[in-house]
Design a protein around this ligand. Structure first.
Ligand code: AMP
Length: 125
């Protein structure tokens, strides 16, 4: 995590899901990762994959997570996409970090979008 990055807030909504305080529509679970359907889907398939560890964003996760957590997480993303049926047709992964990327929930998550044509990359602000 860079010096300017936020400290992890254990009250964030994904931490609450991990603790079972609020429900989620679970898609997949492994030793170090949990996947669930986004509450406000932007595509027919819109699933979030999160690590079970307390990491604010990819910046934090890439710097501090163990090799086992990273391997498990990346494998989870692939597994979730295949199980959702979008590996053949195509999908997009997205991980927002920080203000410029408009990260809303400060627990690292990768979005998996699929099930329709997603257009090219990103739009201008
Ligand atoms: P981001 O802007 O990358 O931080 O995305 C946060 C995502 O979390 C958004 O797509 C939200 O719709 C989603 N989200 C927020 N609360 C929940 C929840 N309780 N269950 C599932 N998805 C959620």
């Amino acid at each position: 995590m860079s010096e300017r990055a936020m400290a992890y807030d254990p009250g964030n909504i994904f931490a609450r899901i991990l603790r079972g305080e609020i429900p989620c529509k679970k898609a997949f679970e492994s030793e170090h990762a949990l996947a669930f359907h986004d509450i406000n889907p932007q595509a027919p398939v819109h699933i979030l994959v999160i690590p079970k560890g307390a990491y604010v964003s990819l910046d934090d996760f890439s710097a501090k997570a163990s090799a086992a957590e990273i391997v498990d997480f990346v494998r989870a993303v692939g597994e979730v996409a295949r199980a959702a049926g979008v590996a053949q047709t195509g999908y997009r992964t997205l991980a927002n970090h920080g203000q410029d990327a408009h990260q809303d929930v400060a627990h690292f998550h990768v979005h998996i979008f699929g099930g329709r044509r997603l257009g090219r990359m990103i739009t201008k602000a």
